[in-house]
Design a protein around this ligand. Structure first.
Ligand SMILES: Cc1cc2nc3c(=O)[nH]c(=O)nc-3n(C[C@H](O)[C@H](O)[C@H](O)COP(=O)(O)O)c2cc1C
Length: 219
């Protein structure tokens, strides 16, 4: 118990202001690639900075190269660029109020969806959502690699989005991803800053991996 408390205290203090940007790298039990540790779900976007077409294309390409069961590529994405104000605002309005409060400053919103069936035989594809999640993570990691912030959201009105954007029933709506440039630390409001400084928490490795049998701890 004492050990856990110590870890949380360390995590709570780990937020680094590099230049003007706040980073919150994962405190890992073992070394991992810096992109994995550096990705985090910030809520502080610079409303004055827009994601370039080149950067957006790189995010799209990252999603495309995600693996999928049988190479099915069950995902379908809709991009909303703040430069197209009307559809972007419609997308924003699908989010829960709590998410709208910070996602309104993001430059891009991406809605991900997963086809329910395999295309060759129309049988149920139970890996469709799983594969789409992996593609979304590819987007988030690519965003991190080029200095963008990407934050996934499950808090949105699925039916509203389906109606507004005429999404077929065979697609399950999975998440919105808010993407943009990080806001300079001194411009982050006190309310958002509190959440930005919340510790990143993870279960310990020994809880989430078994070896050989269910319940047989690895560590
Ligand atoms: C599928 C999914 C849905 C999420 N939904 C929300 C959401 O609606 N609102 C929110 O603020 N964060 C949301 N998050 C972000 C998580 O809260 C966040 O990933 C988690 O707390 C771990 O923090 P980290 O991403 O900074 O490591 C979501 C993340 C995922 C993957």
């Amino acid at each position: 118990m004492k050990e856990v408390k110590t870890i949380i205290i360390i995590e709570a203090t780990l937020y680094i202001n590099i230049g003007f940007q706040m980073k919150k790298p994962a405190i890992t039990e073992q070394p991992i690639h810096s992109i994995l540790g550096d990705r985090w779900s910030s809520r502080a976007y610079d409303p004055a900075q827009f994601v370039s077409q080149e950067s957006l294309l790189s995010l799209m390409e990252a999603a495309r190269w995600s693996p999928s069961c049988n190479g099915e590529q069950p995902w379908q994405f809709i991009i909303f660029n703040k430069k197209d104000a009307i559809p972007w605002t419609q997308a924003l309005n699908c989010l829960s109020i709590g998410n709208q409060n910070w996602a309104m400053d993001a430059s891009i919103l991406i809605l991900s969806s997963a086809h329910q069936n395999f295309s060759n035989n129309e049988k149920s594809n139970r890996w469709g959502q799983f594969d789409t999640g992996a593609a979304c993570e590819n987007i988030c990691l690519q965003a991190t690699s080029i200095g963008l912030v990407a934050h996934q959201m499950g808090g949105f009105d699925v039916e509203k989005a389906r109606q507004l954007f005429q999404i077929p029933r065979q697609y399950d709506l999975m998440s919105f991803i808010a993407i943009g440039y990080p806001l300079a630390i001194e411009k982050v409001s006190a309310e958002v800053l509190v959440r930005e400084r919340e510790p990143r928490k993870r279960k310990p490795l020994r809880e989430i991996f078994y070896t050989n049998h269910w319940g047989e701890k690895s560590l």
